[in-house]
Ligand binder design. Structure first.
Ligand code: IPE
Ligand code: IPE
Ligand code: MG
Length: 244
């Protein structure tokens, strides 16, 4: 297990890592298993990687677990994912204090079952007692939906007279689910696809992208180290010119 440090063999540790948890279905298919077996394996990988991120000094881990588009899948698959979420949230409620993991859910949870909504609220309450590492789980999340929601909330605040003057990017960012946290430094997509799939459209303006063919259930600590090493080899110019 890596020591708690802001540096490891791979180099500087990004403050915020975002991951699109993709490839569960193909992982299961390769083994002749039902797709939900892939989601189960993927949820175990999430636990492992969240713990590793905390241990190496990542401050925020944001994962894409269920998109606004994923409702298109079969009832059986969606039901299986919701069941897994229920199980995961119950475990989190039991263990998060001990593990020192704060949790936040990004997304429109009103479409989830009342039970799931209650569990999510409970994790938010417990998170108030915890300091340090934060895991953000995107459920029924879509980047466009998030921006539309932000625009609606802003318009409401204007109508209520709560805000005035010209809208700035900083001000608008406060209406995102990610209001109080820095943008992702590194965005990882396992599963071999080269697309964003409606993930963190606002926040990833200057994130470094890392893609790998490794399927999410096979992703491990060494893979994360690899991604961090590649991140460290990048020259982040933010539109400027390299000084050296
Ligand atoms: C990602 O794995 C998990 C969710 C989208 C819920 P997939 O289920 O998309 O896996 P593949 O892409 O079919 O392999
Ligand atoms: C992205 O994966 C969404 C999540 C991982 C939750 P998908 O498998 O849904 O994305 P597409 O369909 O390949 O774009
Ligand atoms: Mg997929």
């Amino acid at each position: 297990m890596a020591e708690i440090t802001k540096n490891n063999e791979a180099g500087n540790i990004p403050r915020h890592i975002a991951i699109i948890l993709d490839g569960n279905g193909r992982w299961a298919k390769k083994r002749g298993l039902p797709r939900n077996a892939g989601h189960l394996a993927g949820s175990e990988t999430f636990r492992k990687i969240a713990t590793y991120c905390k241990n190496i000094g990542v401050e925020y881990l944001t994962v894409y677990a269920f998109s606004t588009e994923n409702w298109k899948r079969s009832e059986e698959e969606v039901g299986g994912i919701m069941k897994l979420l229920d199980k995961y949230l119950r475990e989190a409620i039991r263990d998060m204090r001990k593990k020192g993991i704060r949790m936040k859910v990004f997304g429109d949870i009103s479409r989830l079952s009342p039970e799931l909504q209650k569990l999510i609220e409970e994790t938010a309450e417990i998170s108030k007692e915890i300091e340090g590492f934060q895991a953000n789980i995107c459920i029924n999340y879509g980047g466009r939906a998030e921006i539309v929601r932000a625009a609606e909330q802003y318009a409401n605040d204007v109508i209520m007279g709560k805000v005035e003057g010209d809208l700035t990017e900083e001000q608008f960012a406060k209406y995102m689910y990610s209001a109080d946290i820095p943008d992702p430094d590194l965005l990882i997509r396992p599963g071999g696809e080269f697309r964003l799939s409606n993930f963190l459209l606002w926040q990833c303006a200057y994130s470094e992208f890392y893609y790998t063919d490794v399927l999410w259930p096979d992703f491990d600590e060494a893979e994360l180290d690899k991604a961090i090493a590649v991140f460290n080899s990048r020259d982040r110019r933010f539109g400027g010119v390299k000084n050296k």
